[in-house]
Design a protein around this ligand. Structure first.
Ligand code: ADP
Ligand code: ASP
Ligand code: MG
Length: 437
């Protein structure tokens, strides 16, 4: 295990000069005790604006969002003007002007070369992280952290990498998918055998539920890899779904911390987590889900039926999230509905197909579910007046997952949080007491 620690800062952690200054403080402190490697996201809103510009250019209207994009790009130079040394601020200004010309050129190509649009979109999006990494490097240099915007390592320097972006084997720019900087940090951490991977964001760790739905959600002091992966996969935006995998493979702890409250211990994710029998640790949810029900008596006692069914999804590169089966039907969920018409057409020879859109997945997570009877009964009693379709308890048994109507999901999550957490103050106290490192 090396002495390096990966510190990843999300878009809101580098949103403005104040935020960048706090980040510089965190890196400066880390630099005193370890060898930090910094992975940074684009400044808040920049990826959205770059992708919106690509969409606008594709529909022949690149001008429409140009002002907004320009203002966001200008922010890099403004912040550098305030926080970087003059020579480095001039450097950022030069990079920015070059970037503007390159973006204008790419937008023209988006309009002119429709067949290359997916690749050009990635190339455009990549500018967000390229600029933020250059800017953060300049800000760190001004606080006497010997940072360098590099992709190679040097013993004495603090490397600053843009997350989210990468290249294919052929050298074509690509991205890791929205929110992918977390995954970049985990890949770098795993490749280096880092001591710890830290995800710095705008909340104090992984919370017991999405704070935008449950304002009273509290920090979970510790999670196992399995718990964190389930939460990330089923909607906890604070971690990109793929973040846990590389960390788990090399047994590297992942810590989620708040760049607005650096002293808060946040959440620690490790192989074991901390088992608290009888308690649920968090509730995640994900809207925009489509449920497919495939009914066929041909399944009865037949083999090969399910393989044929899942091959349809494989052909269309569509991920299936939750599956339940009975003797004569299969229900499953997908969140990427782009290929649905083709999928349904190919499933129809296998049986009757019903499609329900506008659904949401709710996922109740905790290693305690393995050993504690009665949690399912409590969960469903709490939302007994809300229609639940498709219930699944994953093989890992750290989650209880089910589907409800999208327009009732917030109510379901709020009520579950109230029943499972807020009425158990003793549990929460215990968690807080044991979680601080
Ligand atoms: P960053 O820009 O740092 O990558 P994100 O917006 O991607 O930040 O992720 C952090 C946000 O995730 C939080 O502000 C919060 O609104 C949302 N979120 C959803 N579910 C959870 C959860 N269970 N715990 C913490 N945050 C969550
Ligand atoms: N900037 C990228 C996005 O907004 C990646 C990230 O923030 O993790 O999706
Ligand atoms: Mg994120």
């Amino acid at each position: 295990m090396s002495e390096s620690t990966v510190l990843k800062f999300g878009g809101t952690s580098v949103a403005d000069a104040g935020a960048l200054q706090r980040v510089a403080g965190v890196v400066q402190r880390a630099h005193r005790s370890t060898r930090p490697i910094v992975v940074v996201s684009a400044l808040a809103g920049v990826t959205d604006a770059l992708l919106a510009a690509a969409d606008a250019a594709a529909s022949g209207d690149a001008e429409r969002i140009r002002l907004q994009l320009d203002a966001l790009l200008e922010r890099h130079a403004e912040i550098a003007g305030r926080l970087a040394r003059p020579e480095n601020a001039r450097g950022i200004r030069t990079v920015l002007e070059r970037t503007r010309a390159e973006i204008a050129d790419l937008l023209q190509r988006v309009a002119a070369e429709p067949e290359r649009r997916p690749a050009l979109r990635d190339e455009l999006a990549a500018y967000g992280e390229r600029l933020s990494a250059a800017l953060l490097t300049a800000v760190l240099l001004a606080t006497d952290v010997p940072a360098r915007y590099v992709d190679a390592l040097d013993r004495r320097l603090v490397p600053v990498l843009g997350g989210y972006i990468g290249a294919t084997l052929e050298g074509v720019t690509t991205t890791l998918g929205r929110g992918g900087s977390d995954y970049s940090a985990a890949l770098v951490g795993a490749a280096l055998g880092a001591r710890e991977i830290q995800i710095w964001t705008d909340v104090s760790g992984v919370l017991t539920a999405d704070p935008r739905v449950v304002p009273g959600a509290g920090t979970i002091p510790s999670l196992s890899y399995a718990e964190a992966a389930e939460l990330a996969y089923f909607g906890a935006k604070v971690l990109h779904p793929k973040t846990i995998q590389p960390a788990m493979e090399r047994d590297i702890p992942v810590r989620i911390c708040n760049s607005n409250a650096p002293a808060h211990p946040g959440t620690m994710v490790t192989a074991r987590g901390e088992l608290r029998a009888g308690t649920v640790k968090a509730i995640a949810h994900k809207s925009g889900i489509t449920v497919l029900q495939i009914g066929s008596t041909r399944m009865l006692g037949a083999y090969g039926f399910l393989r044929g069914l899942f091959e349809v999804f494989e052909r269309h590169q569509t991920v299936v999230d939750v599956v339940t089966t009975s003797e004569v039907s299969v229900s499953l969920t997908v969140d990427d509905a782009r290929s649905l018409p083709d999928i349904v057409a190919e499933l129809e020879p296998l049986g009757t197909v019903a499609v329900e859109s506008g659904r949401a997945i709710v996922c109740v997570v905790g290693e305690g579910l393995r050993t504690t009877p009665g949690i399912a009964a409590r969960v469903f009693a709490t939302i007994s007046d809300i229609n639940v379709s498709l219930i699944s308890q994953g093989a890992s048994r750290v989650n209880l997952t089910f589907v409800v109507d999208e327009d009732r999901v917030q109510e379901a999550v709020l009520r579950l949080h109230d029943a499972l957490f807020e009425r158990e103050p003793a549990d929460l106290d215990a968690a807080a007491a044991t979680g601080a490192p």
